[in-house]
Design a protein around this ligand. Sequence first.
Ligand code: SF4
Length: 415
Amino acid sequence: MSSASIDRPFLVFRKTRGNRFTLPVLLGCIEQEGLSGDFRILLCGSPEEMIQKRGMGQGVIAFSFMTPDLEQVRDEVEQLRKSLLGNFVYLAGGAHATGDPEGTLRLGFDFVFAGEGERTLPAFLRLFLSGRPLAENILRDGKEPSLSLSHPPHSLGHRLFAPLEITRGCLYHCAFCQTPRIFGHSLRHRCPENVSFYLKQAIPFGYRQSKFISPNAFSYGSRGGKSPHLEAMEELLATCSEAGMEGIHFGCFPSEVRPDWVNPEVLGLVKKYCRNRTVVLGAQSGSDSLLEKLGRGHTAGEALKAARWIHRAGFRPHVDFVFGFPGETLEDRKLSLGLIEEMIRELGAKIHAHTYMPLPMTPLFRDNPSVLDPATKEALLGWEKKRVLDGWWKEQEAIGWKIVEWRDQGVINCH
Ligand code: SF4
């Protein structure tokens, strides 16, 4: 190894299940900026691996995480600060850091990236290399985001590929959701030419199953109108097919679709170009009054109608429901359980159940979850046993109350 290689600082990313779609993008941006040769880049699945691979030296340790991981991240940073010899700076980014930058600094980080990191992380790394001190330790991208998404979605250098992010931002204001608070309310899409360019880069590495990241896949191409832009969607799907994708999956994990954007025409397009058997639908509740309080902008009836269209088009509806919203009554829950029962019986739907977790920066963050009643839990467990319901609702129930504790102890700030 040359002395130049030994002298290069480390850039160590903590790799988790939760950031598996983020790291390929960040590494891709670092490559695009020509910075990957300036660092010895490591991706580590545990603090032990970080210590073993990087017991001493100098450089940057980077975490990207969500609120439920807070405690583990705090413990790991503490462990690393005690065990890693040398001179490292600790960075945090991701949804939690964006929602509560000051609280994230207090977890033991030196710098926090609030908001989108595709430009701020490379800019920080350049400054780090130059040795110039930074005036701020909360870093935000001050520039207007460009109207379309064009950053690299993957890292060729590290052979790291993720589902392709096609849309950022959300037109809606659901009171429990961080997405529009992080990415704003205008929709930014990745144009078909850009999609084609990056898919063609990825295919030689065996990436042939294209999946997409979008808060509402059927909003692709829309600039604010509240119905699908069929021409834009068809152009995107045709582009993926022409680029050589063998299995296009659209409107399913890691995306979902809103009920009020589902219609037979848009489903016809998915049928024509895609391989997915399910469409993931965000219903969230069977109670119209609760949906209204949450600012969802659709009714339970629209969710049922969308699930019926999905079923008729030959897909299995995989429907998201959330239990335990603040102020959710037993009557609201009965309406949700009734709607679930109808979707399973009539449409063979699969349900993806969640328990509400308060997240920083959302309007509901100050309100406590409502306690799940035994009858609701029993119903969910019954469907789980019959394999018509999945999701992490039991784990989320416990985490939701943990977050309340952290909020009340001031570990997380209320903004
Ligand atoms: S839940 Fe979905 S529709 Fe509502 S604000 Fe979040 S991303 Fe938008």
